[in-house]
Design a protein around this ligand. Structure first.
Ligand code: UDX
Length: 448
């Protein structure tokens, strides 16, 4: 099939590439000329495992094209995806200006029937706005071309986006037209193997499904962070508690890892946006508000543990902290809403210096923070330890999992490790002569 994708960010680029990989002819369009030029020359704007070779191969075979020419791209597609950004507004609701600008462009140029697909995460009711915007643009030029608007949310995880796209656990299609449903079923047939993965529903339910999925996952995390904080107070170890509850299939092992708070482009934004939507409909989503505020507080928790160790904030002045991990999670260079940003800000405000290492996000950190005398971005994890007083682990990259604790003891002047992702066994670290602080590990924290 002939597919057009507006937006070459995470979602657009991964979706377009995977659709090309299974044989569709995909044209990706973006207003960012430099990005399109780069993509044509094999420069992939994001780090995502497996993406680069797939883009290059499909581009070379002509199944994947990149353009800034919106009119030509619209002429190409039987199915036209809107996969542009929906950044949060000042009040936390999703900003639809980019989505609706694409809708207007489609209405201005559409010459033959097409299915327009909302792929971006958009509030309930957006498909109606997209439909109305296309209709208005078409009316303005006196045209009347048939089109359907469908909601087809993505469930891609950064760092595993290609895998999630090629092997989805479900494909949600929200539509009120039989023709559109048939077209999307055909489009996704190559991904719908072994058992039925396509769930067809009405448009509004599909729009809400995306928010419900992310809000549920964020709730699990905030819930566990709350339990971790209680564990810390009462002298229990949340890692034991996690193992004690995860085996119950009603609870499950996934997304019950306490830590330094959730970040990324989805959870923080989507939980807020869903709460705002509820509010607009006159409902106060108390649980969602709590999920957000627990997370907000959790991002400051590592810093609180550091202050606790040193007695007070003033004692941090002039200290140097090695920070391992800047990305909001492993296998990505994305630092949007990353817990590391809160930690660094608080450390700097307290007059401390940071030596940070991240396998992928150093360039992003350089872009965000610029040159500053209290930040050194290091090439290796061990470089970050040079001259440091203590180590703080913020992102659970695999390579941080088993450091040589004896070496850490020698390198760190104050011999203290703050483990924001509970990677280490407190007993093992303490046996090496280091002070250990994890998240919700009350037994070892209370002994100090
Ligand atoms: C998420 C959803 O998983 C995905 O389905 C959706 O389409 C987009 O949002 P992503 O933001 O890429 O994906 O990351 P995810 O792996 O879900 O992690 C989000 C954050 O939660 C990370 O900061 C991670 O460290 C944190 N997290 C995750 C925890 O703190 N504890 C956990 O148990 C799981």
């Amino acid at each position: 099939m002939r597919v057009t994708i507006f937006g070459t960010g995470y979602v657009g680029l991964v979706t377009g590439t995977c659709l090309a990989e299974v044989g569709h002819h995909v044209v990706c369009v973006d207003i960012d000329t430099a990005k399109i030029e780069g993509l044509r020359n094999g420069v992939i704007p994001i780090y995502e495992p497996g993406l680069e070779p797939m883009v290059k191969a499909n581009f070379a075979e002509g199944r994947l094209e990149f353009t800034t020419d919106a009119a030509a791209a619209i002429a190409h597609g039987d199915v036209i995806f809107i996969a542009v950004g929906t950044p949060p507004d000042e009040d936390g609701s999703a900003d639809l200006q980019y989505v609706l600008a694409v809708a207007k462009t489609i209405g201005t140029h559409l010459q033959r029937p097409a299915v327009v697909v909302d792929k971006s995460t958009v509030p309930v009711g957006t498909a109606d706005k997209v439909r109305a915007t296309i209709a208005a643009a078409m009316a303005a030029r006196g045209a009347d071309v048939a089109y359907d608007v469908v909601s087809n949310p993505e469930f891609l995880k950064e760092g595993a986006a290609v895998e999630d796209c090629m092997r989805p656990d479900r494909i949600v299609i929200g539509a009120d037209s039989a023709v559109a449903i048939e077209k999307l079923k055909r489009l996704y047939a190559p991904f719908n193997r072994n058992h039925e993965r396509i769930v067809v529903m009405d448009v509004r339910s599909a729009e809400l499904t995306k928010y419900a999925a992310n809000a549920m996952l964020a709730t699990k995390i905030s819930f566990m962070n709350e339990i971790a904080n209680i564990a810390e107070k009462v002298g229990a170890d949340v890692e034991m508690v996690r193992q004690g509850i995860g085996s119950d299939p009603r609870i499950g092992w996934h997304f019950i890892y306490p830590g330094a708070g959730y970040g990324g482009s989805c959870f923080p934004k989507d939980v807020q946006a869903l709460a705002r939507t509820a509010q607009q409909y006159g409902y106060r989503a108390e649980l969602l508000d709590a999920v957000e505020s627990v997370n907000h507080r959790q991002k400051e928790h590592l810093f609180e543990l550091i202050v606790r160790h040193y007695g007070d904030e003033a004692a941090l002045r002039g200290k140097t902290f090695a920070v391992w991990g800047l990305a909001f999670k492993p296998n990505t260079d994305d630092m949007r809403e990353a817990s590391s940003r809160t930690l660094l800000r608080l450390l700097w405000e307290a007059g401390a210096t940071v030596r940070a290492f991240d396998p992928e996000a150093a360039h992003e950190a350089g872009r965000i923070f610029g040159e500053r005398s209290d930040l050194t971005l290091c090439e290796h994890a061990s470089d970050a330890l040079q001259g440091a007083d203590a180590l703080v682990v913020v992102t659970e990259w695999k390579q941080f999992r088993s450091p040589d604790f004896a070496k850490l003891k020698v390198a760190l002047k104050d011999a203290a490790v703050f483990d924001g992702r509970n990677l280490y066994d407190p007993a093992e670290i303490e046996a090496a002569g280091l002070a250990y602080y994890g998240i919700g590990r009350g037994r070892s924290i209370q002994s100090r």
